[in-house]
Ligand binder design. Sequence first.
Ligand SMILES: [Fe+2]
Length: 377
Amino acid sequence: MGYDPYCSVEIEFSDMEGLHNLITGCSHAQKTLVVCDRFTTDIWGITEEIENGVEEGILAWVDRCPGNPTQKDIFDALNKVGDLNPTQILAIGGGSTIDLAKAVSAFYYMFKGQEITIPIITEALKNKTYTTPHQFIDIIALPSAAGTGSEVTRFATIWDVDKKAKFSIDCQENYAKKAIVIPDLTLSLPLRLTLSTGLDALSHAMESFWAKPTTYVVKDIALRAIDLIMTYLPQVLKDPKNLELRTAMSRGALLAGMAFAKTRTTACHSISYPITMQYGVEHGLACALSLDAVSKINRDKTVLADDLFDVLEKHGGLKNWLDSTSEGIVDIRLSALGVPREGIDLIVEGTFTKGRMDNNPVDISPEQVKEILISVY
Ligand SMILES: [Fe+2]
């Protein structure tokens, strides 16, 4: 019999001093690879520290971590690591950075000694050959946004270079060994990114509440996450440099991550993928577009639905809350997000991601998806 512990990731909260100590404390014996975008290290004032570290104790630094990583980004990162044989990755950044680190962890030793190309990486993603037993690199994940929860999930999202598909690396070995949450890192997030990542976290929590494999434990964690996010996201957006408020959002996003780590996401994420892939709409905004409609469709098939709707009502109802929270930052409507009216059919076509749409408690038809999209146009 196999066992699946609720959460295998060691989790701690820390601060900037903890981050400095972590970086300067790396020794050659640990063979640490840093995965962190140089743009953000400049903002956090740790560029020099990492550069010095590369000379003294850090093995190498993958310093280019674009949003929504593709096979090309994995290819570049693997080439940068070369034949250095890292044993640990410090992944500091948003979900995209942590997901790129997970891809390096999954593929580095698998491809070692082989010529790699982008088509080879694509095939490995499609055929999930990373699930064959092989060495993964330990990951220490430091999230810099209160959003994806990637630090406590086994999933990494990789976006197709050719915009034809979205891949998910998904296996037990892909969990970080440790998540160090440093809310200070979120202080510099611009308002729109704070909003979109916060809404991603809200979607994770809500979708885990009604996902087919949900449990009472997941629901209790999700309810707390939803309450934290709906309480603090509007406050953070008004006072973005407030560390206490940012910490509350980090707590909410972490719990949301722990909730959907057990269930995966559902219709809202599935509908979001083509919106992001085809039109570049931020992931959290793309998820939030259908959250209200899907919650209503799912209500009758959701155990303890009243508990969920009580929390939503406490905050004025989801639709009102979304409108007031995003006011002055972005209008969460397809038209305002740059999606042409004739693009709706293309979105509907790309909406049915296996393992996400069929994870929704209610079957949603293409016609219903179209109706939802028209309602938020
Ligand atoms: Fe997400």
